[in-house]
Design a protein around this ligand. Structure first.
Ligand code: HEC
Length: 168
């Protein structure tokens, strides 16, 4: 009972913070909640920060859909962390990816193919790698078929660009 009360109080507080005059939502009402997506995003960074970061990217990435990119990244999450200081998993941590030499995350055991490759990650290399990792760099160990859809790759690369260069 005490728990319930606390939860209700917190909900009320949260609701107050957002819309002081909004009536309490009823469970029956099938009203859509447009605030949900915004709230989920602001947990990490504000919508303005994201819009600003996207706008500063070169075309076509400045026209990318960040949320769509985040959804595509769900395919990578089982193997890669993206935040600063995140651990290596099956694949290396991706923070600071842009401008970094391929195969240079300390403590990650790369394949010989990656160790022998010699380039710096940028949008164009990523686009090739993500289209089809195996044809781009035969012998690498990333067991991933690739993102075949051009728009999905654009959105994913823009998302990576924003997230891998964020401070937190
Ligand atoms: C099944 C696990 C797996 C999945 C899924 C996966 N990766 Fe990887 N990734 C790896 C492994 C393993 C490597 C290292 C490859 C090697 O050493 O040959 C790697 C390497 C990379 C590299 C090179 C990193 C460096 O330090 O040079 C990038 C960039 C990358 N992955 C991005 C992605 C993205 C973006 C996705 C999602 C679209 C993804 N990966 C999905 C396992 C995965």
């Amino acid at each position: 009972m005490r728990r319930l009360l606390t939860a209700t109080a917190l909900l009320a507080l949260a609701a107050c913070g957002q819309q002081p005059s909004a009536p309490a939502p009823t469970t029956e009402a099938p009203t859509p909640a447009p605030a949900t997506t915004a709230a989920a995003t602001t947990e990490q960074r504000s919508a303005e920060d994201i819009a600003e970061a996207l706008a500063s990217l070169p075309a076509p990435y400045n026209a990318a859909d960040y949320e769509a990119g985040r959804r595509v990244f769900a395919q990578c999450r089982s193997c890669h962390t993206i935040e600063a200081g995140g651990p290596n998993r099956v694949g290396p941590n991706l923070h600071g990816l842009f401008g970094r030499d391929i195969g240079s995350v300390a403590g990650f055991n790369y394949s010989q193919a990656v160790q022998d490759a010699n380039f710096t990650w940028d949008a164009s290399h990523l686009n090739d790698w993500l289209s089809n990792p195996q044809t781009f760099l035969p012998g690498n160990r990333m067991a991933f078929a690739g993102v075949r859809d051009e728009t999905q790759r654009r959105d994913l690369i823009a998302y990576l660009k924003v997230e891998t260069s964020a401070d937190e």
